[in-house]
Design a protein around this ligand. Structure first.
Ligand code: HEC
Length: 254
């Protein structure tokens, strides 16, 4: 029922908008483009600010701007409404497609590498377990939890396989590696493997972002992230500065 409401709400609102336009004498076939623009900027505003309210606001503003363009052409300039509506749809696909690549990159580098891990080239089983953990609440993150809950169970495995098959993105501005590996790292290799590329049930940690790793390790140590109790126990053995030294070394690995 919840899911039905979630998915139906945007369509009902768009249909209402369509009815209003119709009553005002405008055939609004550009609704799809306005929805796409609103959806894109809703996500953009939310991830940029960390607040869904800002996302909602940017969805309204940018979706409204598209409607304004349509209004200027079809009402003010008296252009053919079907033509302008179609143009709006093409324009929205173009703009969002272009901005998506521009903002989020087409090479797998996350929007904000300090808080978002690479998933291109990550171990498939690890990606899968994290999606499951976000869905069942074992791992918490406001954005990932709602995204993972919106996915179908049957989509998780193909999604994990899809991202795992992509090349690991080259690290941008990783701090210089300390010449020697910090001693504690020998303890990690049984699981994360000799070159820290990960394996069947362990994530790759070579070349992960330094800030992301420091935060992840600290979260395990403080029991803020408890979806793997081995990691919680291991991270408690180290001090903040020891974990930072390990992260510095690992972040510089290819
Ligand atoms: C007993 C096996 C094991 C050992 C030993 C181990 N890890 Fe892990 N590590 C894991 C597993 C499994 C995960 C994934 C946990 C999950 O499901 O969230 C993980 C996750 C991590 C993550 C988070 C990765 C991410 O993408 O969020 C970091 C960072 C990490 N380990 C670093 C280390 C370091 C550094 C060491 C050595 C000091 C170490 N681990 C030792 C099994 C291990």
């Amino acid at each position: 029922m919840n899911l039905v409401l979630d998915f139906a709400a945007p369509l009902v609102f768009a249909a209402l908008g369509g009815v209003l336009s119709e009553r005002a004498g405008v055939v609004n076939i550009g609704l799809e483009g306005m929805m796409l623009t609103g959806a894109f900027f809703g996500i953009w505003g939310t991830t940029k600010s960390g607040h869904w309210e800002i996302g909602l606001l940017s969805a309204i503003v940018f979706g409204g701007l598209m409607a304004l363009v349509h209004a200027v052409f079809s009402i003010h300039l008296r252009a053919d409404q079907i033509v302008t509506g179609t143009a709006i749809n093409f324009l929205a696909v173009g703009i969002t497609g272009y901005l998506f690549i521009d903002l989020y990159g087409a090479n797998g580098t996350p929007l904000d590498p300090k808080t978002m891990p690479n998933i291109w080239g990550q171990q498939p089983y690890y990606i899968l377990t994290q999606l499951v953990h976000y869905r069942n609440g074992m791992r918490e993150n406001p954005i990932m939890t709602s995204i993972a809950k919106g996915l179908q169970q049957s989509d998780l495995r193909p999604l994990a396989a899809y991202f795992a098959a992509k090349p690991w993105p080259a690290a941008s501005n990783a701090p210089a590696a300390p010449a020697e590996a910090p001693k504690g790292l020998t303890m990690c290799t049984p699981c994360h493997q000799a070159n820290f590329q990960g394996g069947i049930s362990w994530p790759r940690i070579a070349g992960l972002n330094y800030d992301y790793m420091v935060a992840a390790m600290k979260a395990f140590a403080n029991e803020e992230r408890t979806n793997n109790m081995d990691m919680v126990k291991i991270m408690k053995l180290f001090s903040d500065s020891e974990r930072e030294a390990m992260a510095r070394y690992l972040a510089a690995l290819k």
